[in-house]
Design a protein around this ligand. Structure first.
Ligand SMILES: Nc1ncnc2c1ncn2[C@@H]1O[C@H](COP(=O)(O)OP(=O)(O)O)[C@@H](O)[C@H]1O
Ligand SMILES: O=C(OP(=O)(O)O)[C@H](O)COP(=O)(O)O
Length: 434
């Protein structure tokens, strides 16, 4: 088989070099960012031939009632590292969770993943009925060079989420080398993401993990400026950390989604029955003040699409943001806001987006989110770095068919949010320094 090189995988940021795990600790302290760029500790070809490699991937994908994968993004994202390992003759042991099972639960089995993984990898992937124990050890012993074995859902053991050392040791005993490519689960200190690294060395990042860190830390810490963030989603409460953190870095902050009504109310506007977090009115005012003090241009939508009920078939109309009548709720940003936001984005070089602009799940209230997705796709084509920070914004971009137009789409919702908040990820900190 043709050997794959790191360069041929084509996964790296155009304007920032890769970061080592040791860099990460510094990068999270903003003032030392610039001085810490080095190349990341990578998989070395000489280390791989005939070696048993334990690869933690995030194959936590949505399945329908017939166990068909409805979004295979995470499976495709795991492929470059696995192909690389296959190409260098490693024996690949894949480990993942699926869902949040309590004990062994057949509907959370990883078996439905095997056909798609095999197809994407071009090899027949074997599946084990367990993730530790004698049977698994036998299957590992039978693995040929370039063979791939998928272990059963690691969360079938409660010891996984407890980060139990004995369980971690059992996982570690299966292999000679540990690779973490499960960015989506890197914010969890679990046995297969953190504990295992205490017993299995070397412990290095896979290509997906590196790419996520390059964009979500590298591009955000050292962006081409002007740098804009678009933050939406349902509530202020889940985004306070990210808003606080981004206000330290961006030139422009655009707000959308359900959270804007807490900001409007804090400014004395009537918001009808829109989503408002009464206990966060002061926080919203403080964020506006902080933006002013930092010289950050904070833009709230100037018009909104309102509905007479929270439903796909609600009656709707567009009103100025300051004029939401009683009994109506804001469910999307309006066309004038899209225009203002687009004009602001036209002047930027780096954009990070987290959270939809409205209730995009209802077609009637998806226009604002779709328009922003289209704008980012257009700007990507003009060389602007566009990063979609996980969660529902990714779902919205995919629904709009624009995923391949963006510079980077994160495979981790919670993990990307924690990184953007400036938190460190246990699954990354556990890896070897470069
Ligand atoms: N105006 C709004 N009112 C109520 N919910 C909203 C509004 N705008 C967006 N949402 C909802 O916010 C949810 C996503 O919020 P959140 O989980 O914070 O975003 P993300 O997953 O991207 O981080 C979506 O389900 C969307 O329907
Ligand atoms: O889907 C995931 O996270 P996400 O929904 O925050 O992107 C990861 O697989 C982590 O799963 P968990 O939140 O059950 O630990």
């Amino acid at each position: 088989m043709e050997k794959l090189t790191r360069a041929s995988l084509g996964t790296f940021s155009p304007h920032c070099s890769s970061f080592s795990v040791s860099d990460l600790r510094f990068i999270l302290k903003p003032c030392t960012v610039m001085a810490t760029k080095r190349s990341v500790s990578t998989l070395k070809e000489a280390d791989l031939k005939g070696k048993r490699v334990f690869v933690r991937v995030d194959l936590n994908v949505p399945l329908d009632e017939n166990f068909n994968i409805t979004d295979d993004t995470r499976v495709r994202a795991a492929v470059p590292t696995i192909k690389y390992l296959i190409g260098y003759g490693a024996k690949v042991i894949l480990s993942s969770h699926l869902g949040r099972p309590k004990g062994v639960t057949p509907k959370y089995s990883l078996k439905p993943l095997v056909p798609r993984l095999s197809e994407l990898l071009g090899v027949e992937v074997k599946i084990a009925n367990d993730c530790i124990g004698e049977e698994v050890e036998k299957l590992v012993a039978q693995l040929p060079e370039g063979g791939v074995l998928l272990l059963e859902n690691v969360r079938f053991y409660k010891e996984e989420e407890k980060n139990d050392p004995e369980f971690a040791k059992k996982l570690a005993s299966l292999a000679d080398l540990y690779v973490n490519d499960a960015f989506g689960t890197a914010h969890r200190a679990h046995a297969s993401t953190e504990g295992v690294t205490k017993y299995l060395k070397p412990a290095v990042a896979g290509f997906l993990m590196q790419k996520e860190l390059d964009y979500l830390i590298g591009a955000v810490a050292n962006p081409k400026i002007p740098f804009a963030a678009i933050v939406g989603g349902s509530k202020v409460s889940t985004k306070i950390g990210v808003l606080e953190s981004l206000l330290e870095k961006v030139n422009v902050l655009l707000l959308g989604g359900g959270m804007i009504f807490t900001f409007y109310k804090a400014q004395g506007h009537s918001v009808g029955s829109s989503l408002v977090e009464e206990d966060l009115l002061n926080t919203a005012s403080q964020l506006i003040e902080k933006a002013k003090a930092k010289g950050v241009t904070l833009l709230l939508p100037i018009d909104v699409v309102i509905a007479d009920k929270f439903a796909a078939d609600a009656n709707s109309k567009v009103v100025p943001a300051s004029g939401i009548p009683d009994g109506w709720m804001g469910l999307d940003i309006g066309p004038d806001s899209v225009k203002t936001f687009s004009e602001a984005l036209d002047k930027t070089q780096t954009i990070i987006w987290n959270g939809p602009m409205g209730v995009f799940e209802f077609d009637k209230f998806a226009a604002g989110t779709d328009a922003i997705a289209k704008k980012l796709a257009e700007l990507s084509g003009k060389g602007v770095t566009t990063i979609i920070g996980g969660g529902d914004s990714v779902a919205a971009v995919e629904k709009a068919g624009l995923a391949d137009k963006m510079s980077h789409i994160s495979t981790g919702g919670g993990a990307s949010l924690e990184l953007l908040e400036g938190k460190s990820l246990p699954g990354v900190l556990a890896l070897d320094d470069a």
